[in-house]
Design a protein around this ligand. Structure first.
Ligand SMILES: Cc1cc2nc3c(=O)[nH]c(=O)nc-3n(C[C@H](O)[C@H](O)[C@H](O)COP(=O)(O)OP(=O)(O)OC[C@H]3O[C@@H](n4cnc5c(N)ncnc54)[C@H](O)[C@@H]3O)c2cc1C
Length: 475
């Protein structure tokens, strides 16, 4: 493999350098394969690093600081009204991204993974041609497709760069702080970005077609968040549809249709957060044996194999939970299978976190899924009003719940709403992966005072007695 050649050969071609792609590339290189990774963006990181997880969490951290400063007034410490220097915020965000992407680039170099700029299009099952690249064509022994996903626009209104009708990418660019922002879609992306903009000072309204926010997440976890969002957002309109959307230089005209009325509104900006679709269009998959479903997601088996024996696929492009850590695990599995190892994507629990205020995190089975699958579960709830640590933080509205399989006594799911759930949920994932009994979690000593005690005490309820909560013998 020589740089600058118009045609190259590689053992493994990874298409897309997001968390699925670079995890596959790095694992394959560690296993001794000769790897080339190609992406129109010259630096590894993908959506997650440049326009997803990292920029959103950088801004959400600032939102948390702003909210905490406002809240601490009740605890006797007051700060002034925050002064926001948007240029400095953008610089901080760019610095975070730059340092992460430099790290990934140097890890690629250390592993001798060739990082190429270009858009790959399959010519056949062993060849891609590259657009916008110094290399014209690459022949490979195996390929991993990790092309990710992209935001779905409102029907008939494509996203325009710099437009007032924004995708999550546009919203994260933080062009200004709009006085009023409408968010179409009450999923996690909309609610996280709504949290950012409301902390910065925008009046945020959310419209959601369903009669609930965050469909698919257990209601008792969503309720404390909904109560909080009702206080920081201008409005949350459920069972409401956007039936008109038109942008001009100064703002966006929106027509909303609820149960009864149809109303006209005007907002400074609109964020369309109605979901994402796989970036598989125009990839030339029809020149291979790879099969997709009716939404364009690549169909794979539990070893990340597509219907084409030489081509594997991972990450958002294969659907399921569209999360970075799921993509990374799949990337590693693909690399290991290609290197001849008996690997499979056989996880029991993929944790998910919504970084709102409060945060929601869960893993394993949800109550809704247990009902759908007719799995008999015992639900153990530990409200945070019984947690000393939660009180020290002014976070007593939280809740930890554990779902235990009635047949086996094993932990089947964990759901938490409250502060810093991001740090708590991994105990649940670990327990589920290990096949832990509720008793195992109950008898593991959790340090005091910590929020992790809420997991230990929820599990104690299974044994019929938890120190800080009076419970019936059987819940
Ligand atoms: C606002 C937002 C916040 C998010 N927050 C979180 C979070 O907190 N935690 C979490 O786990 N997930 C989060 N996600 C989801 C996460 O970003 C994705 O699940 C993850 O990036 C998927 O990784 P991937 O490797 O499949 O693809 P991506 O990260 O989407 O990367 C795909 C790459 O493929 C490239 N590509 C596309 N077509 C081609 C082609 N033809 N040739 C070559 N390259 C191509 C693209 O340029 C891109 O770089 C968030 C997403 C958004 C939008």
């Amino acid at each position: 493999m020589v740089m600058g050649e118009l045609e190259q050969q590689t053992e493994l071609l990874v298409i897309g350098n997001g968390p699925g792609g670079y995890a596959a590339a790095f694992r394959a290189a560690d296993l001794g394969l000769d790897v080339t990774m190609v992406d129109p963006f010259p630096r590894p990181g993908g959506v997650c690093l440049f326009t997803g997880c990292i920029p959103s969490k950088t801004l959400l951290f600032l939102a948390e600081l702003i909210h905490d400063a406002a809240r601490s007034g009740d605890m006797g410490v007051s700060f002034g009204i925050p002064r926001i220097d948007l240029d400095a915020v953008r610089r901080w965000k760019a610095k975070v991204i730059r340092s992460m992407s430099s790290g990934l680039l140097s890890l690629s170099k250390q592993r001798s993974v060739q990082v190429l700029k270009g858009r790959a299009i399959f010519e056949d099952s062993k060849t891609v041609r590259l657009e916008d690249s110094e290399v014209r064509r690459i022949r490979f022994k195996h390929a991993v497709v990790a092309v990710g996903s992209e935001p779905i626009p409102y029907p008939g209104v494509p996203f325009k760069a710099g437009g007032r009708i924004m995708s999550s990418t546009g919203a994260l660019a933080l062009a200004d702080i709009p006085k009023s922002l409408l968010i179409i879609g009450g999923g996690y992306v909309g609610l996280e970005l709504g949290t950012v903009y409301s902390a910065l000072g925008s009046k945020v309204t959310v419209v959601e077609l369903a009669d609930i926010l965050l469909p698919g997440v257990d209601r008792d976890l969503v309720e404390p968040l909904k109560r909080r969002l009702d206080t920081i957002f201008e409005g949350i309109r459920l069972k409401t549809k956007v039936v008109g959307l038109k942008e001009d230089d100064e703002g966006v005209d929106v027509v909303l249709e609820g149960d009864v009325e149809k109303t006209d509104h005007r907002f400074d900006r609109v964020l369309v957060a109605i979901g994402r679709k796989p970036s598989t269009e125009g990839l030339g998959l029809e020149e291979t044996q790879v099969k997709t479903d009716n939404k364009g997601f690549i169909i794979i088996d539990d070893q990340q194999r597509t219907a084409d024996p030489l081509i594997f696929a991972v990450g958002d492009a294969v659907g399921g939970m569209m999360l970075a850590h799921k993509a990374s695990r799949e990337g590693k599995v693909a690399a290991e299978v290609i290197a001849g190892q008996p690997s499979a994507f056989d996880v029991r629990a993929i944790p998910a976190i919504i970084y709102t205020d409060p945060q929601i995190a869960w893993c394993g089975l949800t109550e809704e899924q247990a009902r759908e699958k007719n799995i008999e579960i015992k639900i153990l709830r530990f409200p945070w009003k019984f947690s000393g640590r939660a009180h020290t933080m002014g976070a007593a509205e939280g809740l930890t719940k554990i779902l235990v399989n009635r047949d086996t006594g094993r932990i089947a799911g964990v759901g938490i709403v409250g502060r810093e759930t991001e740090g708590l949920i991994s105990e649940g994932s670990f327990a589920i992966e290990m096949g832990a009994l509720a008793e195992d979690m109950a008898l593991s000593i959790h340090p005091h005072p910590t929020l992790s005690e809420t997991e230990g005490e929820a599990a104690e309820l299974y044994l019929g007695s938890s120190t800080h909560i009076m419970s019936k013998k059987s819940v």
